[in-house]
Design a protein around this ligand. Sequence first.
Ligand code: PEP
Ligand code: MN
Length: 339
Amino acid sequence: MLIVMKTDATVAQVEAVVRVIEALGFRAHPMPGTSRTAIGITGNQGAVDATHFENLPGVSEAVRVSKPYKLVTLDIRSEKTIVQVGDATIGGDELAIIAGPCAIETRDQAFAVAEAVRRSGAKFFRGGAFKPRTSPYAFQGLGEAGLKILEEIRETYGLKIVTEALDEAGVDLVERYADVIQIGARSMQNFTLLRRAGKSRLPVLLKRGLSATLDEWLLAAEYIMSEGNYQIVLCERGIRTFAQHTRNTLDLSAVPAVRRISHLPVIVDPSHGTGKNYMVTPLARAGVAVGADGLIIEVHSQPDHALCDGAQALTLDQYEQLVSEVRAIHDVIVPATVT
Ligand code: PEP
Ligand code: MN
């Protein structure tokens, strides 16, 4: 159920509705918007009786929710969510660029890339300290030592740090050193991890699972939101198909599909979405053209020597070129308001 408040409802009236929801043993999720506040209810097993709310002061209507998700949808919040990370945003007018190596390998490698990322004007630096690898024998990341390098990069360049947590203990660590918790494609349905991220004060970058439908992906976001963390960025990173010319098939139609249902920002990952260096820039351009709020790009100072995902890493020069191209496209389409 969704309680829609009147446009002139007061804060006290919203609080009174929240108290009624809590007294019933449920959780209230007030979502203020520019024209009105709506309050989502979670924690109920069956239908909630609308008569609890209909006559409360300030309530416009109590709406039964027929979709499987309640908090990610435009029904509860018609304006787009702008995820705020310090002085940077994802989902606002600015194109968010998150760039860096697949994995933090050494201090020198990470700093060489970070310097180029800073120079490009991007505000976010990515790099895995905990890597979800297909083989247990592949490089697994530097762990906390990698997070310490990321923290140094944040202090040196003022870049916001985006890094993956593989499990609940990983979230504890990422919270200490970084600005955004990445939940990887392989973890998209790790429900205990999603719930833990939902209790965090840090925004979450939620990648689409390798074979996730739109509903499954949005329900993963719903897990996080149902715990009270509403700062989520969805990331389309390609899905498994029969195609052999790419590592994954980058499903750019996911961007307008998400937009139609959800207020959450959505970004595109053309690095994992293609797996091939020469395809990253063309698909990054396409991602921006289709209306993505940002891009996440893998960059390496020496892709040939990368310990992880070297085939899809851009060189520093290629990355600089990509940024100028996608910015030019973004400048053209923003006034046109892509929907
Ligand atoms: C990554 O960003 O390096 C990564 C492992 O991504 P994904 O979860 O999309 O495979
Ligand atoms: Mn990678």
